[in-house]
Design a binder for this molecule. Structure first.
Ligand SMILES: C[S@@+](CC[C@H](N)C(=O)[O-])C[C@H]1O[C@@H](n2cnc3c(N)ncnc32)[C@H](O)[C@@H]1O
Ligand code: SF4
Length: 275
């Protein structure tokens, strides 16, 4: 549902639930096998999620957050497309070892099942498949595939009718922006860790507006984190955010390259042959 859909009950954004970050999103790659028109992560030009130190930088930030007393309910690994990372399993193990999060989730387009192995699934609490194929067959074959790999965690197929416009920049009314900030869906479910900083939402991280994030270092305290996330005033980014006052209007997974049918066929074939 859109950030500002009239259907959505405007619940308080309260980004921390009993002192815990509900969902902390991080990217382990900025590569993707799809090229969705107006992708909210800006594929194929998604900014690097780390400053060149690879996953170690995420691990350092997570350790620092843990040391200062921050708790996380669920770490959500997004992309680009996480299944393309040859080190996905190692990364999942390293992230779990930090011990900051109760659960780990991977969000995938489900179109490179070769990258979601038995080991991947053994290290996951939940798997979200953004279902761009939208056929019974695709879902069924995924269910059979994970069953054959003995997966016991949660699975969710995320089917959307439209995506929020996360990249456009508009001129929002300041009063409306302040009002929206207190209920913004993304503040609640899309806190992002990127380049050693915490961001109120992935939009700010993906725009590389790093000065609007909170630098995590050995001096960071839990109250710095809660003051940042629960700030009274919107971030500068919010005054240009097109999700305020607008319904979702980005068509889902429209490709800028004409190769999706081939990718789907290959993915389904791979899963069928693995059964
Ligand atoms: C950007 S994708 C990246 C992870 C993975 N490659 C995938 O396709 O699921 C992560 C999630 O963001 C959601 N999303 C929201 N707004 C979006 C937008 N404008 N463009 C792309 N994804 C968007 C999609 O529903 C998807 O489940
Ligand atoms: S930029 Fe502000 S209003 Fe837009 S999604 Fe992020 S937190 Fe919400």
């Amino acid at each position: 549902m859109a950030n500002n859909s009239p259907m959505r009950k405007n619940k308080d954004a309260n980004p921390l639930s009993e002192g815990k970050i509900r969902e902390l999103e991080l990217s382990i790659t900025n590569q993707c096998n799809l090229n969705c028109h107006r992708c909210g992560f800006n594929i194929p030009n998604q900014v690097t999620p780390v400053n060149g130190e690879g996953i170690d930088e995420h691990i350092t930030s997570l350790r620092l957050l843990k040391t200062c007393g921050v708790k996380v309910e669920k770490i959500v690994i997004a992309g680009g497309e996480a299944s393309l990372s040859k080190s996905l399993n190692d990364h999942l193990i390293e992230i779990r070892k930090v011990g900051i999060s109760e659960q780990i989730e991977v969000v995938t387009n489900g179109l490179y099942p070769k990258g979601i192995t038995k080991n991947t699934l053994a290290n996951l609490d939940s798997l979200v498949i953004s279902d761009y194929v939208m056929t019974e067959e695709f879902e069924n074959i995924w269910r059979q595939y994970i069953k054959a790999l003995n997966y016991k965690g949660n699975i969710e197929f995320r089917r959307k009718t439209a995506w929020d416009d996360l990249l456009s920049e508009v001129n929002n009314d300041p009063e409306q922006t302040r009002h929206h900030w207190s209920t913004c869906f993304y503040r609640k479910y899309d806190v992002t860790l990127e380049r050693g900083r915490l961001f109120s939402c992935s939009r700010i991280a993906k725009k590389r507006w790093d000065e609007q994030g909170l630098l995590i270092n050995s001096e960071t305290s839990v109250s710095d984190v809660s003051s940042y996330l629960a700030a009274k005033d919107p971030r500068t980014a919010c005054y240009s955010c097109a999700t305020i006052g607008n319904e979702s209007n980005i068509p889902v997974a429209v490709q800028t390259r004409n190769n999706m049918a081939k990718i789907i066929l290959k993915a389904e074939q791979y899963m069928r042959e693995s059964l």
